[in-house]
Design a protein. Structure first.
Length: 332
């Protein structure tokens, strides 16, 4: 009988897509994986190998092992973190300090169950954290580091960077040529290129024959309707699956460091990511290779939000056009 594993992702879409790599690799190695994510539960029809459910209200029961991100719903609702850590293999995409504090030794529980014992070795690992000699490399993107986690830490035999997402057959990949998705927001406002810059970029794209379309969450939509007026489309999506279908059939995506960028890359779209940092783009979407535009100077010498001044609309437009032309030549 297959070992039953529960995996509970953190809240963000990008993190959930990366976490799903682990679930799909467990499936490839003969485990029965159930994945918890409010966002990806809406995409169950796209995820054939793994059962996807919304976040649980409490520690899920009926599993041989529960694995969870340190920033998941489990830690948010826990009354006794120490006791919870004895029952759950906690690891993290990023936060080393909190991950170490939730690290418990699960080896004794699985001394006679080697396939569970090797998964328990994931406890306390921070996948993003990198130092000299570490298996997680700063120059790698998170997609590659999660794959490394599956191979080197969990010791799975059959490992890929694929998370198993499979678009429905009736959709046509990138069928709307020159439809360019602009995602001007993220979970952290400090990461966001300015609204005025995105609007100007959209105008410049439209002048050159592209169809720029803005995507926001439903909660952010009213604010952006006032900004884009009737000049650009701003579609509303009933679910993440509807958003994914729209993204899949679009041609290209430009945005900040955000979950939509990871979704676009995961669905085979080229991406341009606007970064406030000049180095260590570990979170750059990388299922489909994309490009990044960074500040032209070390903006940390200036006020906190000054980085936006060092990424001009002209630079982003130039980088996009060069990348788009390069990709167009490759497909001819």
């Amino acid at each position: 009988m297959k070992e039953k594993i529960a995996l509970i992702a953190s809240y963000g879409l990008g993190d959930a897509l990366l976490f799903l790599i682990i679930a799909d690799n467990l499936y490839r190695n003969g485990y029965d994986a159930t994945f918890y994510s409010n966002m990806l539960a809406q995409m169950q029809d796209w995820i054939p190998h793994v059962k996807c459910l919304p976040f649980p209200d409490a520690l899920p029961e009926g599993f041989d092992l529960v694995m969870a991100d340190t920033h998941s719903v489990l830690t948010k609702n826990a009354n006794n973190i120490g006791e919870l850590a004895k029952k759950v293999v906690f690891f993290s995409m990023a936060n080393q300090g909190r991950t170490k504090s939730l690290c418990a030794d699960h080896a004794s529980k699985f001394s006679d169950k080697p396939r569970l014992a090797k998964l328990a070795k994931g406890a306390g690992v921070a996948i993003k954290y990198a130092k000299d000699g570490d298996i997680f490399k700063r120059e790698n993107r998170m997609v590659q580091n999660v794959e490394t986690f599956c191979r080197e830490i969990l010791k799975l035999d059959h490992v890929t960077s694929d998370n198993g997402i499979t678009p429905p057959a009736h959709l046509i990949h990138r069928q709307y040529k020159k439809r360019i998705i602009l995602h001007p927001l993220s979970s952290t406002p400090e990461r966001n290129w300015s609204a005025d810059q995105y609007i100007e970029l959209a105008k410049q794209l439209k002048k050159r024959g592209f169809n720029p379309v803005f995507i926001t969450s439903p909660q952010e939509r009213d604010e952006w309707i006032a900004r884009v007026k009737d000049d650009f489309e701003l579609p509303l999506f009933p679910s993440i699956a509807d958003l994914a279908a729209y993204v899949y059939e679009s041609d290209y995506m430009i945005g900040n460091e955000s979950g939509i960028g990871h979704l676009a890359s995961n669905l085979g779209l080229p991406t341009l990511s606007i970064y406030r940092k000049r180095h260590h783009y570990q979170w750059q979407p990388n299922w489909t290779p994309g490009i990044a535009v960074k500040p032209s100077v070390l903006w940390r010498l200036f006020p906190k939000h000054a980085w936006r001044r060092f990424i001009s609309v002209r630079r982003v437009l130039k980088a996009f056009l060069a990348h788009y032309r390069l990709l167009s030549r490759r497909t001819v």
